[in-house]
Design a protein around this ligand. Structure first.
Ligand code: HEC
Length: 208
């Protein structure tokens, strides 16, 4: 028993010492377990490691620098990402400006023009999108008689009365931000597609 206990004590002390030697002290920065979890090998736009020797002990790089050295020497302050030019405005994936009008700014939205050129192809895309996103409530012909619409009640008949004269920007805004009992679709449908739906509503639904 005594022997086993001493082996146990020695082994525990050994493991403890082993761990202790990994820790940082003085000029020694310590060792890291699985360093790839802390330092990205991929080029990171917003972090940079300027020490050329960082991760040298695991390095497989052809330039013989440390595996984790990750700075762009051609940029100011060796940053990986350059600051965008002043007054740069981001674009959405479909190349349009981000939509910044708030839900209550319906009147401003009404002045917007449809940036998507009207073609047969666009109308066909619009038709399919309408079936996908609007039919459930507004019905296949936009008359407010979709199956879900019957449950919700009060769905607008897009062919009826004043709705026929709605400006394109108004319809775009309602789809984007929602109105009354209709929910916003802006997080689900990219802008360009919404404008295609607007074309379809104007050209096909409301002219039938
Ligand atoms: C969940 C059901 C639902 C869906 C889906 C839906 N709508 Fe609506 N929509 C409504 C309801 C309800 C109203 C009436 C809103 C109100 O005034 O309370 C409405 C109103 C409208 C109006 C009239 C807005 C106004 O100024 O009064 C338009 C235009 C419209 N919807 C277009 C669409 C289009 C296009 C789609 C597909 C992208 C769509 N809707 C999807 C339920 C829906």
């Amino acid at each position: 028993m005594k022997l086993i206990r001493s082996i146990y004590v020695i082994a525990t002390a050994g493991v403890a010492l082993g761990f202790a030697s990994c820790s940082a002290s003085g000029d020694h920065p310590g060792y890291e377990y699985a360093p790839q979890m802390y330092n990205s090998v991929a080029y990171e736009p917003l972090t940079q490691i300027v020490n050329e020797d960082e991760g040298k002990w695991v390095s497989t790089r052809e330039d013989e620098k440390g595996e984790f050295f990750n700075s762009n020497i051609n940029n100011p302050h060796r940053m990986n990402m350059r600051e965008p030019v002043a007054n740069t405005v981001p674009r959405t994936k479909d190349g349009l400006l981000p939509y910044r009008l708030k839900a209550f700014e319906l009147e401003k939205a009404a002045e917007l023009e449809n940036p998507v050129e009207l073609t047969d192809e666009v109308l066909e895309d619009g038709r399919l999108l309408f079936l996908q996103y609007c039919k459930a409530c507004h019905g296949i012909n936009g008359e407010g008689d979709g199956l879900a619409g019957e449950v919700i009640g009060g769905v607008a008949n897009l062919k009826g009365g004043a709705y026929v004269d709605l400006p394109e920007g108004h319809i775009f805004h309602v789809i984007m931000k929602g109105k009354g009992r209709m929910g916003a679709h802006g997080t689900q449908i990219p802008q360009e597609r919404i404008w295609k739906i607007v074309h379809y509503v104007k050209q096909e639904i409301q002219k039938q």
